[in-house]
Design a protein around this ligand. Structure first.
Ligand code: ADP
Ligand code: MG
Length: 253
């Protein structure tokens, strides 16, 4: 069988060379990691669900005019994406206190923040993705002030879209993380939403019960992660149609 060139293997996804220049194939693995990869597991079906859910959210963003890397889904675990130059930041948007912010400030998890708060961490596994002020980002040249203004505007649009979509199915968007990449049309550089949007990268709480439907289920041993992600997919009307979850991936060439 023809093998594709592997470009990068990360913790949750593998990137392969795409069929055309400027494209990549993003393969969603079943691997889950937390606490900077100190905790690891393989969770049958997670990759299938995240592939579907990221497709769903990215398509929604396209529909409302938020530029992103998604081109099309290829099969159960793979999607074709536009290759971009990833800005080495995790862009985190918070609506309610949770996780590291709650810990840092001694806030009760679930407390509504006065307004959405955006923070940045530097993407570096060895350093544990440390929180960085805008001053660092500009001084080290990871992004310019203009880029940061554009990134904040993009992140807030994603937040409003995701909050609304989730609210419609009885889920509260506590916080999420996105990655942003640069693409060039000739000399003109644009910023687009890249990587993935899935329950791996969001905190999602059921509005009624407060039940967690995101990766905290894995981080905190709260039950079955696939059940939680399947519940999100079911509510959104997004469920795999090509066979049972956990089906072996189909290789394309
Ligand atoms: P990591 O362990 O580094 O988080 P993942 O398992 O999430 O990696 O794999 C995805 C990798 O691909 C990440 O490093 C992410 O920054 C990168 N990536 C995501 N979307 C794109 C894109 N459109 N173009 C290039 N790189 C991308
Ligand atoms: Mg990642």
């Amino acid at each position: 069988m023809a093998r594709r060139k592997k470009i990068y293997e990360g913790k949750a996804k593998t990137l392969y060379e795409g069929p055309e220049p400027g494209t990549l194939i993003q393969y969603f693995k079943d691997d889950a990691t937390a606490f900077n990869a100190e905790k690891r597991a393989t969770i049958e079906g997670k990759g299938v669900l995240n592939n579907r859910l990221s497709e769903f959210f990215m398509n929604g963003l396209t529909a409302i005019g938020v530029p992103n890397h998604f081109i099309k889904r290829l099969n159960m675990r793979e999607q074709l994406i536009r290759q971009c130059e990833i800005i080495p930041l995790e862009v985190i948007v918070r609506n309610f206190a949770a996780g590291s912010m709650a810990k840092r400030l001694g806030l009760e998890e679930g407390m509504r923040l006065p307004r959405p708060i955006i923070e940045f961490s530097y993407k570096d596994d060895a350093l544990g993705d440390p929180l960085v002020p805008e001053e660092y980002i500009i001084a080290f040249g990871w992004a310019s002030q203009q880029d940061l203004d554009d990134i904040v505007a993009l992140a807030l649009r994603v937040n409003d879209f995701m909050s609304g979509v989730m609210y419609g199915v009885g889920i509260k968007l506590i916080d999420f993380k996105i990655e942003i990449g640069r693409v060039w049309d000739g000399d003109f550089m644009r910023l687009i939403v890249a990587d993935e949007i899935s329950p791996d990268s969001c905190r999602l709480w059921d509005i009624e019960s407060g039940q967690k439907l995101d990766k905290d289920v894995f981080r905190r041993d709260l039950g079955s992660l696939t059940d939680a992600y399947s519940e999100v997919a079911r509510r959104l009307g997004v469920l795999p149609t090509n066979g049972p979850i956990g089906d072996k991936p189909t290789l394309i060439n």
